[in-house]
Design a protein around this ligand. Structure first.
Ligand SMILES: Nc1ncnc2c1ncn2[C@@H]1O[C@H](COP(=O)(O)OP(=O)(O)OP(=O)(O)O)[C@@H](O)[C@H]1O
Length: 169
């Protein structure tokens, strides 16, 4: 089984993926690290401080993986059996990315992406969305395991637009 753990940067993907991998005995692949290490990108985009990923090369490089968790904010674009979309209050994401030393511009871009449900809208196939706000990582992992066991699908659990509209203007 291939599971994507996706969501806005700072939402808690890596934290959750590590615990989930231990619980399921699955390998965890950090997609950003994997792309950099294997040079699966077309170019580095300076102003965005990010890589333009070569998706065909990336998918080919991952196609033989099984019993694996793809941890990354674009993992929902890969060929997976289940996509778990983590959500979190944009204020918390903003605080976490500030603590990480991101630029104001990059923080705003990511907070806006969370408000606009970007990862959720791009996710296809079996999707289960979780609002992780004020939940412990272990709690989130339990919810993921039971959702996958029961083949549950869920979208539309949060709506940040009304509360945080000011971040978009
Ligand atoms: N459920 C949680 N409760 C409290 N803090 C959390 C939780 N999940 C993650 N964190 C904290 O939030 C920060 C970001 O977590 P993490 O690195 O897992 O996010 P991420 O989505 O993988 O980010 P990125 O995509 O940028 O790698 C870390 O400091 C982590 O300790």
């Amino acid at each position: 089984m291939k599971i994507a753990i996706t969501g806005t940067p700072g939402v808690g993907k890596t934290t959750v993926s590590k615990i989930l991998g231990e619980r399921l005995g699955f390998k965890v692949i950090d997609i950003t690290d994997f792309v950099k290490k294997n040079k699966l990108y077309k170019e580095y985009v300076e102003e965005m401080d990010s890589f333009l990923i070569d998706f065909e090369k990336l998918k080919k490089a991952l196609e033989k993986e099984d019993n694996v968790i793809f941890d990354g904010h674009i993992s929902h674009l890969l060929d997976v059996d289940y996509t778990i979309v983590l959500r979190c209050d944009p204020k918390i994401i903003e605080k976490r990315l500030k603590e990480r030393g991101y630029s104001e511009k990059k923080i705003l871009e990511n907070v806006q992406a969370e408000i606009l449900d970007v990862c959720l809208c791009e996710s296809k196939g079996k999707v289960y969305e979780i609002d992780t706000t004020n939940k412990k990582p272990e709690e989130i992992v339990e919810e993921i395991i039971s959702a996958i066991k029961e083949g549950k699908e869920r979208k539309g659990v949060v709506n940040w637009l009304e509360k945080y509209f000011d971040y978009l203007i």
